[in-house]
Ligand binder design. Sequence first.
Ligand SMILES: [Zn+2]
Length: 254
Amino acid sequence: MLYTSLVMLAFALLGASVGSFLNLCIDRLPLDESILRPPSHCPTCGRRLSALDLVPVLSYLWLHGRCRYCGASIPLRTPMVEAMSGLIFALLYWKFGLSAELGMSLTYTCFLIVIFFIDLEHYLILNKVVYPGIVVAFVFSLFWPGIGLKDSLIGGAVAFAIILIPHLIYPPGMGLGDVRLALMVGLMNGYPQALVAVMLAILGGGLLAAAALALGLKKRGEGLPFGTFLAVGAMVSLLWGQGIYDWYMGWFRG
Ligand SMILES: [Zn+2]
């Protein structure tokens, strides 16, 4: 118990540090900037950030969310991504233990978090993130005991087909980026967990859209970033997909 808690804490710290890098990817990839160079700097004053400025979550707190050098405010998303990555890394260790699945699911998490935030902020699902994601998911399926190549391909095909239909009916509502992302998520989750991911995204997106409309936060016709919901669906399905699927199917077996 103590051992598990300590390792979970270690994975939370690892996740938070990886989250720092994911922030940089979320900042730079939509602008077509390199994620390798230059090192992290303040986007306002351009000062290079020191190790002390880059401690996940804590730097944000003790700098009160402002750049140490020029006082420009740091987006709240920065500590959010770090905290989220830390939490998910710890949860994945708790689920998979030290295993190949853990390494692969941590990699998926990085893709999903970057996609979640870039779609949320820019309404964009970048090919340079999704295409490598598709390749990685395809290769990983060969090494994932519980999924395997066949279930992965079926999952990819099913998710792709489900999201292709709304895209063909109404392209402005569901873009090609969403369709490609569905393929990636389906390959990652495999069948039947891919169904759980897609259904959660459709349900979550639908409910939130209805709520936003009812509260007057959005006008009819204004879109929601579906990729953001699909990333959440994929993550939840990675952690609890089989359980959700069994629970749902249980209703029909009586
Ligand atoms: Zn600054």
